[in-house]
Design a binder for this molecule. Sequence first.
Ligand code: ADP
Ligand code: MG
Length: 375
Amino acid sequence: MSRQVVKASAPGRINLIGEHIDYNDGWVLPFAIKYRTYVEIARRSDPIISIESQEQDQKIEIPLTEIGPEKRRNDWSDYVAGTIWSLGVDTLLGENDQGGENGLDIKIRSEVPLGAGLSSSAALECAVALALNQLFSLKLSLIELARLTQRAENLYVGVPTGIMDQSISLMAHQGSALLIDCLDLSTRHIPFDLERAGLELLIIDTNVHHHLTDGGYGERRRDCEMALAQLGFSSMRQLDINQLELFKNSLSNTFYIRLRHVLSEISRVHQSVDALKAGDFKRVGQLIYQSHSSLRDDYQVSSPELDLAVELAIAEGALGARMVGGGFGGSAIALIDIEKIQGLKSKIESNFAENNFIAPRFFTSKPSRGAALEI
Ligand code: ADP
Ligand code: MG
């Protein structure tokens, strides 16, 4: 009998707007990119989890008994082992229910650039989770898979990410952005038809790669929690940008501007949804650019490379541009006419060289489909 191989894939993502908002109980508006991570998973007869990644050019074999957050290896295999653990698959395998088939062979290849802020980590977790859901008939919903893969990244890998990346990777539709309420994970598909508007989203990877565990990200999360607590609130939902002025004198300037970013950004997400529904890309561009200013000045998570890329994009006629992701490096996006892309790329390349910045990489993408089983 030939053994069953389940194949699944899941995309990376760009967040159009709503940055540093998922862990702040707000709404975000990401879309899936065309770059995907592909996995193939089959059972094997011995109690070994074998994980092979083309990108890492490495095969790691972990005994089944060595799966668990306290036994993490602190390398890339944690994303996969964490997903296995979070879905309870290691326990199922340990129960040895299928004639001694208590190991797994996992093969991975990915088109999503690693560490570029395009969420290769969620693409990997979600592809693995979808394949395991099928292989073990777990019947978990996409929302449950999003929560479980987030749990893998938080508790196993040890990175305190919000729920956005996994949600969009699992639930995206082609041609749409996804409005996600990060509190209850309710979603609405919002038409985002770049093609019809003659536009493209240029992704500018500064090649300055960050780690969410580096500190700045956790610090911003703590700032927000402490600022809210000082005001006697437990969630950003209890406040809006118009009320914030009333509390200005009760907060340090740092806490005030942190909250001003979060609350103004949530408002920009809703305004962007309205603009997209009206097909008003010019307005979407303005909101994206305002988002960048807020991330740079109030949340203070930008970098000289990101600021330069954004200003050059605006100077070259982009409707809007902003840094995306956690910040301090990673990527920026520019919403721009297709025919202006080449000019902008050249401008960015020459200006980065003049400033002795690392050479950037470019990608383009249109809103693409979410995770899927592959036949
Ligand atoms: P991002 O999610 O923005 O790409 P992260 O730092 O969150 O950046 O995740 C990148 C990490 O995820 C990599 O360093 C690696 O450990 C892991 N990873 C992602 N894709 C793969 C892959 N195809 N093979 C192995 N590890 C991967
Ligand atoms: Mg990531």
